[in-house]
Write a protein of this length. Structure first.
Length: 236
């Protein structure tokens, strides 16, 4: 990735960028699983918005694109954290897990099938994205936890968590000046990047376009802005 320096030329900017990316992927992954009370509290007290703005700054992206003011305004009348948690769960269900017609798919192959209007949708046993993703997880020394093993490997939350892990490892290598480890994690990121390139920006855009509630459209706006800059940087 172009975000990292030539071997032996690590700078604090490169380290901050890797950590900012790790924080972005970790934070956004939280919204792709059933929302927790802690997430609702963080949104209500402003810490989630503050974190997102800091992430943009660490990554060298215009922090105004984090749209934090939009989140603050939207949540100003949300009541208590318990009220917001209940709303988040309702929005999550309508968006991702509605039994009849979810607005946005959380699964890469299903999302791409729907977006591209494929005549023959992928199946659980012919899910190339999930198979490749799970291969990448194993190559990095990871396995899906029992709680998440019921989900195929192309679940957006799992993909984002994995990218967070890879950038944490890259940041550690940069901090320690371990060039062999740096190259290993750069390659792992490069190998996995086609997953996000194939649907990441469109996924976040779909969250915005859904207009479902107030939090997920904000997530879509911030997520799309960050990921577009990240992919442009990685592809340059």
């Amino acid at each position: 990735m172009s975000s990292t320096p030539p071997t032996g030329q690590t700078t604090s900017t490169d380290l901050a960028y890797a950590l900012g990316c790790a924080d972005f992927f970790q934070l956004t992954s939280l919204f792709c699983f059933n929302p927790t009370p802690d997430l609702a509290q963080g949104i209500l007290d402003g810490s989630v918005a503050d974190d997102m703005q800091a992430i943009f700054e660490d990554a060298g992206i215009d922090p105004r694109k984090a749209a934090t003011e939009r989140l603050d305004e939207a949540c100003s009348g949300s009541g208590t954290a318990e009220d917001l948690h209940a709303t988040l769960r309702q929005d999550y269900t309508a968006l991702f897990t509605h039994p009849k017609k979810p607005l946005v798919s959380l699964y890469e192959m299903q999302f791409r099938d729907q977006r591209d209007h494929r005549d023959t949708p992928s199946t659980l046993f012919l899910n190339e994205a999930a198979l490749h993703a799970e291969q990448c997880y194993r190559s990095a020394g990871l396995a899906l936890s029992d709680a998440k093993s019921r989900e195929p490997g192309d679940h957006m939350g799992i993909e984002l968590e994995f990218m967070a892990y890879l950038h944490i490892q890259l940041a550690a290598a940069l901090s320690e000046g371990d060039t062999a480890a740096q190259e290993r994690w750069e390659k792992a990121i490069s190998d996995f990047l086609p997953h996000l390139e194939s649907w990441g920006v469109d996924f976040f855009a779909a969250c915005t376009d859904s207009k479902q509630g107030v939090v997920y459209p904000w997530l879509g706006t911030a997520g799309r802005s960050f990921l577009e800059a990240y992919l442009a940087n990685g592809a340059s």
